[in-house]
Every structure is written in C-alpha cells, then in structure tokens.
Write a protein that binds this ligand. Structure first.
Ligand code: PLP
Length: 394
C-alpha cells in the first residue's frame, strides 16, 4: 500500500514518474521500535517524532511507532504535539510530551489536548498555572533538570525553588507533576566522563524532588545512544528518536546492522539528462570540477533546496546503474551533476542517494561523512519539495 504523505503532497498524479522521492518504510520503523523495546525491557518507549519525525513524516511514523508498542510520543514544540492530537492520536491511545516552550505559548490548548508539558523555569510554571486556572483543569507538568547539558532545564541551584513552587501548584489542583527528566550531552561517546556525572546528578535531583514530595509517574534521561548503550540510564522511560528511523547515533556506537536497526528512508531521483562531453569541460557553478578526459555526465535533479548539503559538493556519493558515483562540482539549488565515466544509463534511470545499503547504495551516514555533519541532519533536512512515499503501512 502506498499513498502520498499529506504534508508533502504534490500535484503529481500517482502514476507519473517522480523527479525525486523519499520512500519511508514503515515496517522498518515498527521493527526498530520493537528492537528498542527489547533493548530497554521494563521501560516505556517514547517515540521522538519532532521536526516531522526527522524528515520521515510525523503522523505516519507516530502511528507506526504506536502500533509497535510506543506508549509515548515526544516533540520539541507544542505545535508539533497538537498536530499529532489533531491527526487522531488520542489521549486514550498515547501520551504526548513536548518540551520546547517560549513565553505566550499555547499552554491552554496543550492542557485541553492532554499533553505533558515540560517546565524548566519559573516563568513557564507561572504561565502553565494561569492556563490551568483558565482551562479549569490541571496541567500535566514534567520538570526538567539541567544535569550538565547546559542547554534547557533547571540548574541544580534553582531546583529546590522550582520543585517547591510546582508542589504548591499541585496542592492548588492546578498541575500534576507527572515526570522528572533530563537530557545527556555526550551519550553518543560511550565512556565520556560527563555521562556518569550526569547520571549521578540526575539521581540526586530526582531524590531531592521526591524528598520534597514529588511523586512522578516517569523519570527519564535516555536518548537513543543511552537506550542502546547504558542500561542504568533507562529508568521508567526511554526517549528514542534517531534509532527509530534506523540510523545509528554515532559510528562509535556501531552500524545500524550491529544495533539491529534498519534505515527507514530511501532517497532517490530520476536521472534528468545524460550527455557526452570532451575532456577539460568545467562542471557546475565555479567550475570546481573539470572533466579529466572525454566522459559522460548525468544530471541529478535535486539540490540544496531539497536538503542536499552544499557541503557535499565534490564528495557526495550516489548509486547509478549499479555503480557509486560522486557529485562532480557544486551542488546547486535544484540539481547536481555526476561524472558517469563514459557509461550511458537511460535518462530517467533511478539514482539512489541513500538508503539502508542492501542494494549497495550509500547510506545517510555516508552522506554525513561526505558533508562533514551527522546523519541526523542529512535525513531531517530533506525538504518538503521531495514527496514522501509510504511503504508497508499496516
Ligand atoms: C531529540 C531529542 C531526543 C531524541 O534524541 P535521539 O538522539 O534522536 O534519540 C530525546 N530527548 C530530547 C530532549 C530531544 O530533544
């Protein structure tokens, strides 16, 4: 069964060949969810589907994750979380938590949609309290501790005040403190000394809050790398993002195969032109590639507007006609060129930019290395001009 992703719908009729497409294998997402649940027995699994499920499509991936046993969904922004409720992921079916708030955010809508909201500071506690009073029902609040990441979260020195104030709001019936949580800085570097330090600090801050009277439903700190490598970090729940999509958090932790994961996204394009050129021919803006001799060039009709990193100019790998080829010269906004070395594949042939790797194609990790970034960024930045095509819906 295939259909077009609602968020990325294009005017193409269903049968027309596509300039480019990102196939999303939902069976892989479900299998990855099961693999992660096996890794963290006893902990609930929160499927992190922020930023359109790292480019894979939030609603289809959220549904697949829930079908495979995720009991929580996580997003960065409240708008992302509210969109999941609007798409029919109901409170009876799955808890949804969102953690990136700014003043004046949709607190009341979040309360009415039964979201769990994260609070890192007094300003947010004040806003959520007022919204709960207006809504006439308590908000589910999870207090976030900064245990060393140095990003969002409440500092150790301010924790007692935040917890005390939250307990006061709980006593007034305006909030329910459902969780205590934090986030790692270096879990993708196993053995990094900050990991153990953050775990100690987390245990201490949780114990402190519990001594003051907090009775959380869930305590959590593990992202994908911690879920995969640190049993002691699992607590009541693990928050997994990148691993759901079958991508390893870092080469150091292993390949997807080592980890029992399967990449869900395959990005392909249709070859738009094949032509013969003489040696010494400059290719693409700036002429950073010059043909070393007579050859054939293939035009791949995707560019940085589609999320192909311009930093992969001269380095990005693709599979065409069973062979790896490299981006020749600069990636432009809508297209790039590969040197086909004299081969003449048919125009319209499939060009595979990345996929799981079983057909010999490059992976998102290969593109990350070519562009000097991480595979998270490669999949997340694939633009809305590329239609998502869903495979293996249940
Ligand atoms: C993105 C995010 C996650 C998921 O991280 P992965 O490394 O993709 O598993 C978990 N928790 C928070 C707070 C996040 O922002």
């Amino acid at each position: 069964m295939r259909h077009w992703g609602a968020m990325n719908e294009t005017a193409h009729p269903r049968s027309a060949p596509l300039r480019a497409r990102a196939e999303i294998d939902l069976a892989a997402v479900r299998a990855n969810v099961r693999a992660l649940r096996d890794r963290a027995p006893g902990a609930a699994l929160m499927a992190v589907v922020k930023s359109d499920a790292y480019g894979h499509g939030a609603v289809p991936c959220a549904r697949a994750a829930v079908a495979a046993g995720a009991t929580w969904l996580g997003t960065a922004t409240p708008e992302e979380a509210l969109a999941l409720r609007e798409a029919g992921l109901s409170p009876g079916q799955v808890r949804i938590m969102c953690w990136l708030w700014t003043p004046g955010g949709p607190w009341r809508e979040a309360i009415e949609a039964d979201l769990d909201v994260s609070v890192s500071g007094m300003w947010a506690l004040k806003e959520v309290r007022e919204a709960a009073r207006a809504a006439g029902r308590p908000a589910r609040v999870q207090l976030k501790a900064d245990t060393g990441l140095g990003r969002n979260g409440c500092q150790h020195a301010d924790w007692a005040d935040l917890v005390t104030e939250a307990l006061r709001a709980e006593a007034e019936g305006l909030i329910r403190v459902t969780g205590l949580w934090s986030h790692f800085a270096c879990a993708d570097e196993p053995g990094h000394p900050s990991v153990a330090a953050q775990l100690d600090r987390f245990r201490e801050m949780v114990a402190h809050a519990e001594r003051l009277g907090v009775r959380p439903e869930v305590r959590h700190i593990a992202n994908s790398p911690a879920t995969l490598t640190l049993p002691e970090a699992r607590f009541d729940l693990v928050r997994s993002g990148i691993a759901l999509y079958g991508i390893s958090p870092s080469a150091e932790i292993g390949t997807p195969v080592d980890l029992g994961l399967r990449p869900a996204m395959t990005l392909t394009a249709s070859l738009a032109l094949v032509k013969r050129v003489p040696g010494g021919h400059g290719v693409s803006y700036g002429h950073h590639y010059v043909t070393p001799g007579p050859t054939t060039l293939g035009l791949v009709p995707v560019g940085y507007a589609d999320g192909i990193p311009r930093h992969a100019s001269g380095t990005g790998p693709v599979l065409v006609g069973g062979k790896w080829r490299t981006v020749a010269g600069r990636v432009a906004m809508d297209q790039f060129v590969v040197d086909l070395g004299g081969d003449e594949p048919e125009i319209g042939s499939e060009v595979v930019l990345f996929g799981p790797g079983d057909r010999g194609e490059p992976t998102a990790e290969d593109w990350a290395q070519a562009a000097g970034t991480i595979a998270y960024e490669i999949v997340t930045r694939i633009g809305t001009r590329v239609p998502r095509v869903y495979l293996n819906e249940e």
